[in-house]
Design a protein around this ligand. Structure first.
Ligand code: KIV
Ligand code: ZN
Length: 387
């Protein structure tokens, strides 16, 4: 049987923790509509108790989103919880995300709470929340640096008090994929009623392992990926949901799971977020980077022209992108001929014997050879032939 993996978006909460990012309510509404079309199961729209603007944003989004759950973040603090209850009450599917840190360093230096006090808070505040909202995500913050037995105790307490989804944050992007997978295995072995709740991954990219870790979580029992569009977020960011969704699609034989993500909307939602954050996607970023489907060297271009699958593991159209064969000093005659043909020049392999050396000399001095330069090259060739 094929299992379903859902995507929970936190672009407007964890993503907004990116330095310099401050979405307007209008930008948040546009992002939320784009996410709903993209097929995410939940949209974490903000942290209502943190500011009036966040409260308003969550409230407005709750009113316009049709399919996805609308979520607000809250610490295990009554004021935070009440703010989420109020802000999400207009939503078709309201949800709350409550969290408390469980690792020794957070307990000792940030919270000044003992293990017992933390368990008491989880029990009391999750049970309090349950009276008002049915769908509750619980996160033990810094889960991956928490003692495994205390993590089990915290999560079990949250489930027993009414949490419906358990999120496992690798808050500081510390774990390797093997370690992160083992966190889920340990929970699977020890939690009573593991299958009665959903399990989500929440991975940060401090060591560049966010996508690998999210996928390791899926391979070890997680049913949902929490992430952001374009991987924005605190410090080095969160897992990029577009990357994770594309990886699950390309390697479906490995993961054997289905998603509701409409991959062809990837470019549209990536562009909306890039504009609102004023953070263009890096050219070499997987899937959405400008170079992700560009082939420059002669060997690659020749292979690509013979069969795109020689160098393409995903058809760019699947994610709303387009392939390109930019012409530079490493390009070969085949790609130059193909480009000239597409520009309307009826040139053959034989003609290329005259054209290619001129192209090469131009390319040696340019970063990329433009269509305008190609037209000039063809004028030079035609003039030579007339002499
Ligand atoms: O990274 C993290 O721990 C968080 C929590 C609030 C879930 O974003
Ligand atoms: Zn986070």
């Amino acid at each position: 049987m094929t299992n379903k993996v859902t995507f929970y978006d936190t672009t407007m909460r964890d993503g907004e923790q990116t330095i310099g990012v401050n979405f307007s309510v209008e930008e948040k509404i546009a992002i939320a509509k784009g996410l709903d079309d993209y097929g995410v199961s939940a949209i974490e729209a903000g942290f209502p108790a943190a500011s009036q603007k966040d409260f308003e944003a969550v409230k407005s989004i709750a009113e316009v989103v049709n399919k996805a759950k609308v979520v607000g973040l809250a610490r295990l603090v009554r004021n935070d919880i009440n703010a989420v209850i109020e802000a999400t009450k207009g939503a078709k599917h309201p949800m709350i995300h409550v969290f408390i840190a469980t690792s020794p360093i957070h307990r000792e230096f940030k919270l000044h709470l003992t293990k017992e006090e933390i368990l008491d808070k989880i029990k009391a505040d999750v049970a309090f929340t349950k009276q008002y909202i049915q769908d509750i995500v619980f996160s033990p913050e810094d889960a991956t640096r928490t003692e495994p037995d205390f993590l089990v105790a915290s999560v079990q307490t949250a489930i027993d008090a009414g949490a419906t989804m358990i999120n496992i944050p690798d808050t500081v992007g510390y774990d390797t994929p093997e370690e992160y997978g083992e966190v889920f295995e340990n929970l699977r072995r020890n939690i009573v009623g593991f299958d009665t709740v959903g399990w989500s991954t929440h991975t940060h990219n401090d060591l560049g392992m966010a996508t690998a870790n999210a996928l390791a979580g899926i391979a070890h029992g997680a049913t949902e990926i929490q992430g952001t569009i374009n991987g924005i977020g605190e410090r080095a960011g969160n897992v990029d949901m577009i990357e994770a969704a594309a990886a699950i699609y390309v390697r479906h034989e490995k993961f054997n799971v289905e998603t509701d993500i409409v991959l062809s909307h990837s470019k549209a939602i990536s562009d909306i977020v890039a504009r609102a954050t004023q953070m263009p996607v890096a050219s070499n970023k997987p899937i959405m980077g400008r170079n992700a489907f560009a082939h420059e060297s002669g060997i690659h271009q020749d292979g690509y022209l013979k069969n795109p699958e020689t160098y393409e593991i995903l058809k760019p159209g699947m994610v709303g992108a387009t392939a390109s064969l930019p012409l530079g000093k490493l390009s070969g005659s085949h790609a130059v001929m193909s480009k000239l043909n597409s520009l309307g020049y009826d040139v053959t392999r034989d003609d290329m014997k005259n054209i290619f050396p001129i192209f090469k000399s131009v390319a040696e001095e340019s970063n990329l050879v433009t269509n305008e330069q190609l037209k000039i090259i063809m004028q030079v060739v035609e003039e030579k032939e007339m002499v």
